[in-house]
Structure formats: structure tokens, C-alpha cells
Design a protein around this ligand. Sequence first.
Ligand SMILES: Nc1ncnc2c1ncn2[C@@H]1O[C@H](COP(=O)(O)OP(=O)(O)O)[C@@H](O)[C@H]1O
Ligand SMILES: [Mg+2]
Length: 253
Amino acid sequence: MGYASKSIASKWRKTGWMLGDSNLKPYVPETRLFGRENLETMLKRHSVLYFKPSKGTGGKGIARIERLSSGGYRISGSGGRRSGLSAGELHARMKSLARGQRYLLQRGIDLALTKGRPFDLRVMAQKDGSGWTATAVFAKIGKRGKVVTNYHSGGRLSGFKETMKGAGYSDSAIREAHRKLELLGESAGHCFDRHLDGFREIGLDVAVDREGRLWILEANTRPQYYPLKSVDKSGYRRITEFAKKYGRVKNGN
Ligand SMILES: Nc1ncnc2c1ncn2[C@@H]1O[C@H](COP(=O)(O)OP(=O)(O)O)[C@@H](O)[C@H]1O
Ligand SMILES: [Mg+2]
């Protein structure tokens, strides 16, 4: 089942690479390892945090933490929702969710809405003999009531252009964002190449905030794209053409 593209599971490691890259750093929200001190610091600096397993996928194990105007905290995610927690109670709850695994704390981005629903983007970058190319950009629209937009957590894929239109962007703003996203995907490829050999594909999760700024939430080295087939046929075809070159898709498939 394996194919020739390097895969790194640790979000902590990959985020560190991106923070060390001057092209990518401005796009990475502040991220620290979970622990009591870092939690305290991050809660002071940001009113919303994301709490995610360094080795998670598919939106599993992710929680959103909010500082409430009442002074308490709320944590919501697949483990349910608890409100009105003190800082100590919040930390204890998070510790029990983490079960000794490494977790990240990341500044929460206020996701832009498309027709009233939060979404984020996926930029697919792939490498062939001539270097890195951004082969597709698409959107993931979150299921109501979820703190993640992942397809495997009930999100649905949607075309980039129509999603951005649904968020109120003009054609020219959409074109400009598309160009920026392609550059980010290709920059991530170059960044990863400087650390290890063998990467052929990277899927960047990029949020658009309410002010239109772009934020890289994570870089996937085993990005899934099959469901794109019914949403963006030409993007799907471009990804597949590249994927054949490194054996992810059989030739003639
Ligand atoms: N810092 C953040 N701010 C806002 N939403 C986030 C943040 N981090 C993650 N999310 C939401 O959770 C989803 C999953 O997070 P991600 O880091 O991509 O982990 P996974 O590997 O599980 O996909 C994202 O696509 C996004 O919808
Ligand atoms: Mg993701």
C-alpha cells in the first residue's frame, strides 16, 4: 500500500519547520506544546485556542478553548462541551484528554464563513522532475456544531471559487488569494525539502480569517483527496496525473 513519498506524523515537528522558514512563518498561528505554563501564557494572549494531538488526523481529538466574558473557560470538541471552568479545571480536563500524548496549543483563528458556515482550504502541492507545483486548491466546509471542518468529521468538500464567492469575495480578490495559496503550497514543499529527502506531496490546511488573512493550520504529508473527484474534476485529474509519477496512483488508472 505504501508509495514513494515521505510521511511525517508529528505536527509539532512540521510546525517547527514552517516557523523556521521566513516565507511561511508569518502565516503560522502561534503554536506551543501543551503544558501548564504554555497554557497559561497562551490563554493570556488569545481568547480562543485550539488543542490538538501532535499525531492526530481527520480532526480527531481536537478541542476548542474559549475564554468567556464571565472570566471562565469553555472547552468543546468530540469529548463534549464544558463551560464555566476555572483555569485549573480547564488544565485538568485537558490533561485527562491528552492521556500523556503530546498535544499542541494553537491560537484559534476565527474562520471566515461561506453562506453562514465556517470553512478552511486545502492546497495540494506535488513534486515532479521540475520541482513543486500547486496542483489544486479546494475548500472544506464544517458540519454545524463541530469545531473542525474535516471530511472525516462530517465536513464536506467544495470548490475554491464558489466557496470564496459564498464568503463575499470578488473575482479579483479570489484570483489574488489563489495565487498566494499556490505560492504557500510551493514554499511548503521547498521548506520540507530542506529538512528531509523524499517528499512528493504536501496538503496544506489554510484558514481564511474574518479579515481575509491566510493562516496555515497544518501541513499533511499523506493528504487525502479522493472525495474531490465529485467536487472539482479538473483539480482531481491534476492531482492524479502527478500522483502517477510517484506510484500513488497506478499508471493507466
Ligand atoms: N488554530 C486553529 N484555528 C481555527 N480552527 C482550527 C485551528 N486548528 C485546527 N482547526 C480546525 O480543525 C481542523 C483540523 O485541524 P488540523 O490541524 O488540520 O488537524 P487534523 O490533522 O486532524 O486535520 C482544521 O481543518 C480546522 O477546521
Ligand atoms: Mg487537517
